[in-house]
Design a protein. Structure first.
Length: 477
């Protein structure tokens, strides 16, 4: 039991505090939507046009979008811990400034900068967790990281609901200031969690890497066989990756296996936004209004309940993936989403076309079932799966591509959904039946199982026979 192991106990405390990076991302992303229900924030933004207000909502995502690729270089060159530290400090400073801004334009700027800081930390933190976690706990740890996005979103909703009672501008300034909470926890975590042993080996600090593995994976024992095997795998494969002729981004196109990894990274980011989860939630507000839930606070509580539900299913998924595997969760999640979306199309058609209130009521539990199906895989594997399939040299770059694909897909959704929804109404759901069917085919043929393998063993799944022969020759040389 890890609680009885001093080295592993300290490591897991550090990993737990690194989960606050995921929570910080969720808090920053959800904050503006929460602020919009506050009367004093409405006064603060009263002279903004709808398009500028939309820009204000998307400002954090814009900042994140421009941070992912630079963050991958910071994480590779300066280390995972330094990258998390830089992002955390940026968010803390910007949050304090944001709480004191005099006008909307400064507020907009701070939203962009907060998104950048959050994006920098979010690129490196899951890499650090994946590369430092004990092999037996890695799958659960990396899965639980993304679940904490819901923790941040929930806390943002709770804070904005609580500050409704404040009869001044601090009703919205205080939630902005509280953005510092999770980055502060990140900085505390950085005093506990060590640097990634894999990054240390890549930086020719093998002795330090071995010492960290012995301290945290073997409770200080210097003769532990499992640690020796883990260390030898790391030391043999990371230099091997660098002896190939292609390096950096070009390496994604150097072989069929590497291109396969690239395809998965982009697909996972795209699936996160084009599974129908965004557009389906658009019907939540009118449906709950139609069944008598008209109060803004009551509607906020329904939305909060949805986030709690998402957190529960995502956490279950993170733990289940270690027992049942990643591939089965991806397949089951997509099949269930297809099923519930098909039923959702039926009830929303009856609700909109024939004004049948019972159909509208039925849509509410269907929303929970659909999002539960979404969370079964994407809730925990969105970050974990791309992170673990990539070799060390491409891990930071590949994860940044997944995050970038997610951001691009979210932007396209924000622009396409309102227009398509206004013209097609519930019929627009058929588009997502098509996208889910496409994703199901891609998952079946492209997503390998990674259960029970170390990071070094997983990357070898994608190697062709020719690559294995080349690697064997390099080892002999």
């Amino acid at each position: 039991m890890w609680l009885k192991n001093k080295g592993l106990r300290r490591l897991n405390w550090g990993i737990g505090l690194m989960f606050s990076t995921g929570a910080s991302t969720g808090y920053i992303a959800s904050l503006t939507n929460g602020l919009l229900i506050l009367p004093y924030f409405s006064i603060f933004t009263s002279d903004l046009s709808p398009s500028l207000l939309g820009l204000l909502v998307a400002a954090g995502a814009i900042g994140s979008f421009f941070s992912f690729i630079p963050a991958s270089y910071i994480a590779d060159i300066m280390g995972r811990r330094i990258c998390v530290c830089i992002g955390s400090v940026i968010v803390i400073i910007v949050s304090i400034v944001q709480a004191l801004v005099p006008n909307q334009w400064v507020f907009l700027s701070t939203r962009v900068l907060a998104g950048m800081g959050g994006g920098i930390a979010a690129t490196a933190a899951p890499l650090l967790i994946t590369e430092i976690a004990h092999p037996r706990q890695r799958q659960s740890a990396t899965g639980l990281y993304n679940c904490c996005w819901c923790v941040g979103s929930i806390s943002s909703a709770i804070v904005t609901i609580a500050t409704l009672k404040l009869d001044n501008s601090w009703s919205w300034r205080l939630p902005c200031l509280l953005q510092i909470l999770y980055p502060v926890l990140q900085l505390i975590g950085l005093t506990i969690i060590p640097e990634s042993p894999r990054w240390l080996v890549s930086a020719n600090k093998k002795a330090e890497a071995l010492e960290i593995l012995q301290k945290h994976h073997a409770n200080g024992a210097t003769d532990n066989e499992d640690v020796q095997i883990e260390f030898e795998q790391i030391c043999s494969l990371i230099p091997l990756e660098r002896k190939t002729t292609e390096h950096g981004w070009k390496k994604f196109f150097s072989s069929r296996g590497h291109f396969h990894m690239l395809t998965i990274c982009v697909l996972v980011g795209t699936m996160q936004e084009w599974a129908g989860n965004g557009v389906i939630s658009y019907y939540l507000a009118p449906i709950i209004t139609s069944i008598g839930i008209e109060n803004v606070l009551d509607q906020a509580i329904v939305n909060l309940s949805m986030q709690v539900w998402n957190l529960m299913i995502s956490s279950f998924s993170a733990l289940a993936s270690e027992r049942y595997g990643r591939r089965i969760l991806w397949l089951l999640s997509t099949i269930l989403m297809l099923l519930f979306l098909a039923v959702m199309i039926t009830v929303t058609a009856l609700y909109k076309e024939r004004n049948l209130t019972p159909a509208g009521i039925a849509a509410v539990p269907l929303l929970f079932l659909f999002f539960g199906s979404f969370d079964l895989a994407s809730g925990s594997l969105f970050i974990a799966y791309p992170t673990e399939i990539l070799p060390f040299e491409l891990r930071a770059k590949g994860l940044s591509l997944t995050l970038l694909s997610d951001a691009l897909s979210a932007f396209s959704n924000q622009f396409a959904n309102p227009v398509a929804f206004a013209k097609l109404q519930w019929r627009y759901y058929f588009v997502f039946l098509g996208s889910l069917s496409f994703f199901l085919i891609c998952i079946y043929f492209l997503f390998p199982e990674t259960k029970g393998r170390t990071l070094e063993e997983i990357s070898q799944i994608f190697q062709t026979e020719k690559q294995e022969e080349n690697n064997a020759n390099v080892r002999k040389q």
